[in-house]
Design a protein around this ligand. Sequence first.
Ligand code: SF4
Length: 379
Amino acid sequence: LKALEERLRNQKLARRIVEKIHKLAPVAVQRIGQTPIKIMDFCGTHEYTVTHYGIRSLMPPEVEIVAGPGCPVCITPAYYIDIAIKLSMEGIRVYTYGDAYRLPGSGKRGRDIRSLEEARAAGGDVIVVYSILDAIRMARRDKKPSLFLAVGFETTVPATASPVVAGLVPNNLKIMNIHRLTPPIMRFAFETHKDNPIRGVIAPGHVSTVIGVKSWKFVVDEYGIPTVVAGFEPIDVLLAILEILRQHIEGRPRIVNEYKRVATWEGNIRAQRIMSECCEEIDAAWRGIGFVPRSGLAFRDKYSHVDAFKQYGIKELTPDEWKYDLPPGCRCAEVTLGIVKPTDCPHFMKTCTPGTPYGPCMVSSEGACAVWARFGGGG
Ligand code: SF4
């Protein structure tokens, strides 16, 4: 593993790939008649690699890398955080992952408490866990009425669904299933860039291990965009960019799996079965963006006994009720859709910092604003 890691961070190799990118980029621009060639790195971890290793600063002017909506915490609507805060103050124990713990809600409920972290400081019952299994173990032990905040993309859904399907969730623990699905939001992102289209996608490696490389076929078939499922080391990302340019020059967009060491065409069939046994697709809200068709999951009726919406009488958000849920001036929705850069936000590193996040993209380690704050934007 160490040898593989060294190879994927090898500076000489990186330099050679960057040279090729510089050579091919003007040819690709000539071929497609668009400059710069806009490439979306969908996943928050890819944005981390791009920024941490200064990959943007190594690119020729013909290549622009934009961040994508691949941070599940950033896009979790404030509505659900408000509800979790309220329940935590009313005697329901809330179990949450660490990165959602500091996620701001709207601040309109629970005595202007903005996050679960603040709720806990004000006496709310909130516990940070590493996994749903921790929540199950503690709920069994403490017998308290509890809620698990199930946030995440397809990578985390099987972990939530497995104990539900296996009947391991105790009666006193209910789950707020607010998982989101990545292919529908990618489609949505393409539509928002229609006037200045995305011309390459670095597709998420982790998500692809679950749903399969096949899930991105629509990107090529319907939009004609070169797509590379890539790993998270700098060489992975550089190779993905080079491949996208090559495809433009050849005039033959296709899907390439650069992350063969982990992801397969079909993905994890067993995980997919558990997900579909447990959950069904629903139209769902994304923070600052609104409702995206079939982009969320809800428990199937046979699992309604674990469903916090049904068991705690929580109303699901509807498109009519959804309200713009970012704080004034926060440009998080545009950041996550790759329309603006974090530095375009007037709050960036002024009223919004990793220590005092004002908007959701500054909270999670995968949020583009938090990544740019730590590593300076990467050129
Ligand atoms: Fe939102 Fe803060 Fe990012 Fe601005 S810097 S877009 S306020 S998270």
